[in-house]
Design a protein around this ligand. Structure first.
Ligand code: AMP
Length: 143
């Protein structure tokens, strides 16, 4: 499969679809997953048009990892998580449903099961409030 410019995340990157953004820079964008597996579930994408790991430019990959580390720290603090799980799927057989490379940041708690992958849509006001908590953490001096 080759990169499809009309995938949902490409549209978000071009500003054609809205997303609840928590962080952006020249190379990456981080926004709330609309079907979170846990409160605070965030996605990080490169602006670089890669479908998956196999066509990802490694400079773009390094920028994604930098943003993942920054945002994961903020999510862990903002949601008082016991741990942070990163997920990254390549191909439908592996669970990929949106064909623009992305890394999931998912807060985890001892003995708390996850909600289903691409399960229920979260209320947009809830996502906005959660994003605000992450942005506030990112803005904290020294964060
Ligand atoms: P994957 O299955 O790894 O390709 O993950 C795609 C993720 O994108 C899923 O967790 C979806 O809940 C999420 N998702 C789908 N559409 C949107 C959207 N418009 N904004 C934010 N997240 C989305």
């Amino acid at each position: 499969m080759s990169y499809d410019n009309n995938n949902i995340f490409a549209k978000i990157l071009r500003g054609e679809l809205s997303a609840v953004t928590v962080y952006e820079d020249d190379a990456t964008l981080a926004f709330m997953d609309v079907m979170p597996q846990s409160p605070g579930h965030t996605l990080v994408v490169p602006r670089y048009p890669a479908e998956n790991l196999f066509d990802l430019d490694l400079t773009a990959g390094a920028a994604v990892l930098r943003t993942v580390q920054l945002v994961a720290r903020a999510v862990k603090t903002a949601f008082n998580a016991d741990g942070i799980m990163l997920n990254q799927f390549n191909g439908p057989a592996a669970g990929q449903t949106v064909f623009h490379f992305h890394i999931h940041i998912v807060p985890r708690y001892e003995n708390v099961p996850l909600r289903r992958h691409t399960g229920d849509m979260e209320d947009s006001a809830v996502l906005q409030e959660q994003a605000q908590r992450i942005r506030a953490e990112l803005a904290r001096p020294g964060a």
